[in-house]
Design a binder for this molecule. Structure first.
Ligand code: PLP
Length: 377
């Protein structure tokens, strides 16, 4: 028997910490009689837009839909190329394919694991229409550099912020250097509901208007339609998210505190490296990812942590272009070496990370990692 159990997620702890606020919003929605595109959805969209300091937020079914609906709203589709990086979560590339465009995969920066701006520049062709940087693990990509390249080549930028709500750069906020920012509210995200949903946040009138139509059967009014889809944020989820949004900054502060505690405790380790972040950025630690130096030992390390009661995981242990059957008849192009992405997928381990962890749990995980390190150095 392990000495302690440390889960990877703290959903129930988080719910209990603000249960009266969440329950009150659920009750309000249930008693309103309006569950789809009702008053709670409208309220949350306003709150989310204000949180980002943007004009519009459009609630949609999930974070994947938020990306492809943004691409469609910008008129991007078959024949167009969209650049992203190979070590993001699969859905970023999937959304490009759903929009009918070509996914162009480039490498990431070795330290931040976010898209490498120099690799974007090298991948641009006359067909390139957009770039999707991902604020991976909760740290912003180098948006000023990306915006500069996009400006020179007249490309749209869509920020995939599924992992980085409330993150910020040194001189920039998420949202202000792109046409649109997308997010996911699936349970395990920093701001997550008890299920699926997502949103697009933008200052762009065209994206706002088109995405609102596209998510709701192309319908601006009852019985009036153009071609569209069904991808809406239900009011129950909006109510849960509205309650949680008020706490997200504080919860992310707790993540930052746990990340610092891991880093201080693990700094002497010899068999793995620790995550690096740009000092002046607000990294919101969706994930705390260490990298083993010997890829052959990664899986054994994860198994050992699990045997010791620690629910360690990997994000993501198979890079998109290395998935079986890639690219499934879809249009895709690999631009340049993907050596960093491939190395990270072979060496990454995510340690438990959520605001409701306790110091004792973080210290237990640290102690077990150091025991492994000592035995394998
Ligand atoms: C970087 C990234 N992009 C997109 C998504 C897709 O979001 P969803 O699962 O809500 O469709 C996720 C998370 O699941 C993600 O982590």
């Amino acid at each position: 028997m392990s000495e302690m159990k440390v889960g990877f997620y703290g959903h129930v702890r988080q719910y209990r910490s603000i249960q009266p606020e969440i329950d009150a919003n659920i009750k309000r929605v249930l008693e309103s009689g309006e569950y789809v595109q009702g008053p709670m959805n409208k309220q949350f969209e306003k709150e989310l837009a204000a949180f980002y300091g943007m004009k519009y937020a459009i609630g949609v079914g999930n974070g994947t839909d938020a990306i492809w609906l943004s691409l469609l709203a910008l008129g991007i589709g078959p024949g167009d190329e969209v650049i992203t990086h190979a070590n993001t979560f699969f859905a970023t590339a999937e959304a490009i394919w759903i929009a009918g465009a070509t996914a162009v995969l480039v490498d990431c920066e070795p330290k931040t694991k976010c898209i490498d701006p120099a690799k974007i520049e090298a991948a641009i062709t006359p067909k390139t229409k957009a770039v999707i940087p991902v604020h991976l693990y909760g740290q912003c990509a180098d948006m000023p550099a990306i915006k500069k390249i996009a400006g020179q080549h007249k490309l749209f930028v869509i920020e995939d912020n599924a992992q980085g709500i409330d993150a910020a750069g040194d001189t920039f906020k998420v949202g202000e250097l792109s046409e649109a920012t997308t997010t996911s509210f699936i349970s395990q995200k920093n701001l997550g509901t008890f299920g699926d949903s997502g949103a697009i946040v933008t200052n762009n009138e065209q994206i706002n208007q088109r995405a609102r139509l596209l998510r709701n059967h192309g319908s601006p009014a009852r019985n009036v339609h153009s071609f569209g889809y069904n991808s809406r944020l239900d009011d129950l989820h909006a109510g849960i998210l509205s309650a949680k949004l008020k706490h997200i900054h504080e919860w992310n502060d707790h993540r930052i505190q746990w990340a610092a505690r891991y880093t201080a405790g693990l700094k002497g380790a010899k068999t793995f490296t620790l995550p690096w972040h740009k000092p002046a950025y607000r990294h919101v630690w969706h994930l705390y990812v260490i990298e083993v130096k010997d890829a052959k030992k990664r899986d054994a390390f994860v198994d050992w942590l699990v045997q010791n009661g620690i629910d360690a995981k990997t994000h993501y242990s198979i890079a998109i272009h290395q998935q079986a059957g890639y690219p499934w008849g879809k249009s895709a192009r690999i631009a340049g070496s993907l050596a960093n992405a491939e190395r990270i997928s072979a060496t990454c381990i995510s340690l438990p990370m959520y605001g409701e962890l306790t110091a004792g749990e973080v210290d237990y995980v640290t102690q077990k990692c150091l025991e492994w390190d000592k035995a394998n150095a």
